[in-house]
Design a protein around this ligand. Structure first.
Ligand SMILES: [Zn+2]
Length: 45
């Protein structure tokens, strides 16, 4: 499962059996899932 750090924008491979979710580059703990499909913005009018 690929994740992306919200701070440094690095792609992170997370292993849940490791110490948990944390960016190995900057230590940030908030990561978002990388999705294979691009989410298109929806106009709200
Ligand atoms: Zn980071």
């Amino acid at each position: 499962m690929g994740y992306k750090c919200t701070r440094c924008k690095q792609k992170v491979e997370i292993d849940y059996e490791y110490t948990g979710i944390r960016c190995p580059y900057c230590g940030h703990r908030i990561l978002v899932k990388e999705r294979p499909t691009t989410i298109k913005p929806i106009k709200a009018e």
